[in-house]
Every structure is written in structure tokens, then in C-alpha cells.
Design a protein around this ligand. Structure first.
Ligand code: ARG
Length: 612
């Protein structure tokens, strides 16, 4: 049951209810519930592996320690470029000054490690080749042990992160921008949890502000009851657009809208009731998207949740002379000698603004969750907003290192830009339905023997996967153009491409007809197999890197490369018809590839299918 539903129930019983005070109480109960649940999940956290238990990580840190003890210098061990046949590269430019012999001696020392096959000094680097048989045996052993947790770690030490994501606006259809925030935020949450952090997801629903005054006014004047009953989101959008059209002719309407919002902010029972209805209908609509994506957000605490805290927040800002009251009664923050533009916290009519609610929300969150970091997954167009917000929070005495804005670029369609005000929007429902239809067509073409229910399952996982991947595969900050051809491509860099790779691996294992286990000793690896092993061994570091940079595309790119290499192997190295020892080794490798594809895709929020 959502907070809004409870409020609605209580308001019916008691029309004089202090709605916003009650919303705060209900929200606090919700928070407690979520925090308790997280704590109960701690067992799962305890079971996460140490990062150092991964063979490649451990080899690197042993070598790193050795280099440090020999040279008194810390080195960052790198991944050599593709064309160099080595596993690790140690930059030695500064050491070179001490003479070639010093570096050569260091290379020899490294070679003495039992897991090192060879070292060579080339152009300022010591390149290290690991023993492929050791790397494969140890990596596959850890993988067999960790299974779905391979790549995870307890590094986050249960530090708490508040992830502010999705946050669509009530009474408007969820936009592509909000879909981006939802997909990126959900993936980051999974990645952080996989790395041992506690994450609380907060949906900062846009449920407050002058636009609700406008909508309430438009609703009172022009609503079409039937249309509202049938398709409420479309009707609310129509009213919102109409308001802006009418206001062009008749500027007094703006005043009416402001008045309505003031009355709502003061808790006018009739308006509150209508506003709650808008919230509930919208949330029901957003839920369709969350269901389609197979996700949920821990807490829905909309902007209205902070209403009761605004007066105090404002007072603090005024007392500390961070904010000033203007002659017309509005309240502003002016950063004296800063390049940052001033902004209003409160309008002259007394109504609050978006940024004031964000100041209050930040203070509340720090207190309620005691988080290490609050991450705001919000479009790059709000960069200025967050710079102003964080600066203000800093002046209030909060540690600004705790706040981070993870911006992302705009999505456009080949048709061009979208605009809610002008009613030019794409309904996500339509996009997801289209994705499903297209995925189904591919499934039918590829494998006509599939049953109806299998086709349906594929259409769903592949369709949604395609939409998610096409977003997460591109670096977050870039503007992207959504293209069906690219999203559904079977030639590479798409969810269907990787999902087909996984299904191919699953099919080989099925056809083997035995349970695949790790052989005592793997057979000697050829070049393609070695490449696969190097990739598999790197996965934990790839996850850690994606976490460090809040960059799911690092995982997406890695999975695409792994699938490419796997397809190359599949095309050239027979598994089931090979001699017994090779067959067993290759089966173990196939199983490991499948496991990493599955773990990686799941961090992006994409499912796998055993048959396609
Ligand atoms: N609802 C807002 C919008 O669509 C985004 C909210 C982002 N989160 C925040 N704490 N400001 O623009």
C-alpha cells in the first residue's frame, strides 16, 4: 500500500486531517521498515567474497607488493593493449632513470612467482605473461564456487548509499528521460549491492509544485469525465497542454494556477483529495513500466513528503544569511562572489520551489539514513540545479562530499525531440510493446520450433533487454539517439546478441547431457581459449571499475567483447566432438562464459534464457 493510498483512506474518515504531517509519519514508518529489511539481509552480505580472493586480483596485488618493496614506489598495474600478448603491464618510466639493469632485475624477480610464465621489458613497461594453466584452473575454480556471486565482493563494507532515481512527475507520462534515470539507477543499485554496499532506492516523485495548481485549475474548468475515467494519464496531459495554450491568450490563468497551488499547500481538503487521486493514478501508470523492467524502488517519497520541513529549512537558511528575503516577499540565495547564478527558494506568493524541497530532502536523508553518499541520477540538464543545491548544502554545514550528481544525456528519437508541454511525447508503454513485438518476430524467424509460451518469454526478456541495453551500453553522459535497428541487432552490441550468446552456451551444455564440472586439469589452451580466460578472470575488476565510476557501460562493453570472443571460439573450436579431455575442458569454459554473461547481464537488469 502506498503512502498516498493510506492518506486517501484517512482523509475520507477525517477531512480535517493534517495531510502533510501525516504523510511525514507514514514515510518515517516506511523508512524504518526498509532499513530493518536491509539489516536482515546482512547475512547475504557476509557471504560475499573478498575482492582479493579472485586469482587475477591476488596475482596483481602480490606483484604490486613486490614492486613496492623493491623500489619503494607504488605502481598501477595496467591491462596491456590488445596487440600485446601479455596479461599485465607495469609502467616503469621513472624506474628507467635508475638504469636498465634495475628494471631487468625487477622483471626477473616477478618471473619467479609460481603463477608467472614470462616477463619482458618493452618501451618503459614490464609485460607479464601469467601461466595460462594456473589462471584458468584457479579462475574457474573460484567461479564454480561463487556461481551467481562471481564478480561480487564485500568491499563496500555495508556502507549505505541513497540512490535517488527514476523520480517521474505525477500527472505526466513517464518520459524517456525518466526511463533513462530508472534504468541507470536500477543498474547502479545492483552494481553497488554486488560490491557490498547497502543501497536504499528513493523515488523522489515530482508530486508537488505550481504545476499542480495549474492542473487542478484546468481540471476544475475543462475536464472530460469520460476521458479521465478511461485514460487518466492522457486526459491529464491534455489538460496540462490546454492550460499552457489558454494561458498564452489569457495570462491571468497563471495567477489562478498559483492560487490553486497555495490552497493545496495549505491543505485544502477538496484539493488534497483530487491531488491524491492524481498521484494514485499516475503511480499505477508508472508501475507498468517498473513491472515491465522487472524492478521496484524501495521507497516512494515524493516532494510533498518534505512539505512540513520547508519552514524550518527556510528559517535556517535565513538565520545563517545564506538566503535573503526580497522586498516583494520572495526568498533567494545569492552566492556573493561566485560564478553561480542566484535562485529563488520561495516565490513572492509564498509557495515553495523545487530546490527548497531538495535542500530539505538532503538534510532529512542524512539524518534518517546516515548514508555515506547520496547519489542523484538525474539528467545533465539539471547540472546547474545540483551545483546550486550542493553549494547551498555546503554553506549549511553539510559535508558536500556526501552528495553526488550522476548526470546523463538526453535521449532523442530519429523523429526529434519530445516536449511534454506541447504534448509531443512518446508513451513508454508503446515503446516497450513495440520492443516485444520486434523481439518476437526475431524469435520466430530464428527458431520456429519454439512453443507459444517460450516465444512469449523470449519476446519479453529480449524486448525489454534490448531497450535497457541500448541505454546502458552508451556512456552515461552522452546524448543518445534511440534506434530500433541498433537495439535489436543480432550482429553485436545489443542485448539480443549477448542473450543469444548465452543461449548458445546453454544449448551446448544441454546437448552434452552431463553435468559440467571443472576437470582436475584443463587441457592446453589455444589462443582463442586463452583470450576467453583472460576476459573471465577480469570480470571482478570490471565490476569494481563500473562501481567506481558509476558506469554500467563498462560492464555492457565487457559483455559484448566476451560474446564476440565466445562466438569466435564457438565457430572454430568444436566442443562436443572433441576428444574427451578437450571436450571436458571446453565444456568447463563454456559454462564459465555462460556464468559471467548471466552475472553481468543481471547487473544491468537483463535476464537470460536457456533456449532461444
Ligand atoms: N522529478 C524531477 C524531474 O523530473 C527529478 C527529481 C530528481 N531528484 C531530486 N532530488 N531533485 O525533473
Amino acid at each position: 500500500m502506498t503512502i498516498y493510498e493510506k492518506l486517501q483512506e484517512e482523509l475520507v474518515k477525517n477531512p480535517a486531517l493534517d495531510v502533510f504531517a501525516r504523510e511525514l509519519e507514514l514515510g518515517k514508518e516506511e523508512i524504518q521498515r526498509v532499513l530493518t529489511k536491509k539489516e536482515e539481509q546482512s547475512e547475504a552480505w557476509l557471504a560475499l567474497p573478498d575482492f582479493e580472493s579472485y586469482p587475477l586480483v591476488s596475482f596483481k596485488s602480490q606483484i604490486g607488493d613486490f614492486v613496492a618493496s623493491e623500489t619503494n614506489a607504488c605502481v598501477k598495474i595496467e591491462k596491456p593493449p590488445e596487440q600485446i600478448d601479455a596479461d599485465l603491464a607495469i609502467p616503469c618510466f621513472s624506474l628507467m632513470a635508475k638504469g636498465k639493469e634495475t628494471v631487468a632485475k625487477l622483471a626477473d624477480g616477478i618471473k619467479a612467482y609460481p603463477f608467472v610464465a614470462d616477463t619482458s621489458v618493452v618501451g618503459g613497461y614490464i609485460n607479464v605473461q601469467l601461466k595460462a594453466d594456473v589462471l584458468v584452473q584457479e579462475t574457474l575454480a573460484v567461479m564454480a564456487e561463487q556461481g551467481n556471486s562471481y564478480g561480487a565482493s564485500n568491499d563496500g563494507a555495508k556502507k549505505l548509499v541513497v540512490m535517488d532515481y527514476s523520480h517521474p512527475n505525477i500527472s505526466k507520462p513517464m518520459s524517456f528521460g525518466h526511463l533513462r534515470s530508472t534504468i541507470i539507477g536500477a543498474s547502479l543499485k545492483r552494481i553497488y549491492e554486488f560490491c557490498g554496499f547497502h543501497v536504499v532506492g528513493v523515488n523522489h516523485l515530482g508530486d508537488f509544485g505550481t504545476q499542480f495548481g495549474k492542473l487542478l485549475y484546468a481540471f476544475s474548468q475543462w475536464k472530460d469525465e469520460q476521458a479521465f475515467a478511461k485514460e487518466p494519464m492522457k486526459e491529464m496531459l491534455r489538460l496540462y497542454v490546454k492550460f499552457h495554450e489558454e494561458a498564452k491568450q489569457n495570462p491571468e490563468l497563471e495567477e489562478k494556477g498559483r492560487e490553486m497551488f497555495q490552497r493545496l499547500e495549505k491543505g485544502d481538503a477538496k484539493l488534497v483529495e483530487q491531488w491524491i487521486a492524481f498521484c494514485l493514478l499516475s503511480i499505477k501508470d508508472f508501475q507498468k513500466t517498473y513491472d515491465a523492467l522487472g524492478m521496484n524502488i524501495d521507497l516512494a517519497l515524493g516532494e510533498s513528503f518534505y512539505e512540513t520541513m520547508l519552514a524550518d529549512t527556510l528559517k535556517k537558511l535565513l538565520d545563517k544569511t545564506i538566503a535573503v528575503q526580497n522586498e516583494d516577499g520572495s526568498v533567494a540565495v545569492n552566492f556573493a562572489d561566485e560564478s553561480l547564478p542566484s535562485f529563488l527558494l520561495k516565490k513572492k506568493d509564498g509557495s515553495s520551489l523545487y530546490i527548497l524541497r531538495d535542500v530539505a530532502a538532503a538534510g532529512f536523508r542524512l539524518q534518517a539514513f546516515q548514508p555515506e553518499t547520496i547519489i542523484y541520477v538525474v539528467g545533465a540538464e539539471q547540472t546547474l540545479h545540483f551545483r546550486q543545491l550542493f553549494k547551498t548544502l555546503g554553506l549549511l554545514g553539510y559535508n558536500v562530499a556526501r552528495f553526488r550528481h550522476d548526470p546523463f544525456g538526453l535521449v532523442s528519437l530519429p523523429e526529434g525531440k519530445m516536449s511534454t508541454r506541447e504534448g509531443r511525447v512518446v508513451f513508454l508503454e508503446d515503446v516497450l510493446a513495440e520492443a516485444k513485438t520486434r523481439a518476437r518476430a526475431i524469435a520466430e524467424e530464428k527458431n520456429s520450433e519454439l512453443s507459444e509460451s517460450e516465444k512469449e518469454k523470449i519476446a519479453e526478456a529480449v524486448g525489454v533487454g534490448a531497450v535497457i541495453y541500448s541505454d546502458l551500453s552508451q556512456s552515461r553522459e552522452k546524448n543518445i539517439v534511440f534506434s530500433w535497428e541498433r537495439a535489436m541487432s543480432l550482429d553485436g552490441d545489443s542485448a539480443p546478441y549477448i542473450q543469444y550468446g548465452y543461449a548458445r552456451a546453454a544449448s551446448i551444455m544441454r546437448k552434452a547431457g552431463v553435468e559440467v564440472t571443472l576437470p582436475e586439469r584443463m587441457s592446453k589452451l589455444n589462443e582463442r581459449e586463452k583470450k576467453l580466460v583472460r576476459l573471465l578472470a577480469r570480470f571482478p575488476e570490471v565490476v569494481a571499475q563500473a562501481r567506481e565510476h558509476d558506469a554500467p557501460h563498462i560492464i555492457a562493453g565487457f559483455l559484448n567483447t566476451l560474446t564476440q570472443e565466445f562466438n569466435r571460439f564457438y565457430a572454430q573450436d568444436p566442443v562436443l566432438t572433441a576428444d574427451e579431455q578437450t571436450k571436458n575442458s571446453r565444456l568447463a569454459l563454456v559454462r564459465a562464459v555462460a556464468q559471467v554473461l548471466k552475472n553481468g547481464l543481471s547487473l544491468l537488469g537483463i535476464g537470460v534464457l536457456e533456449r532461444m
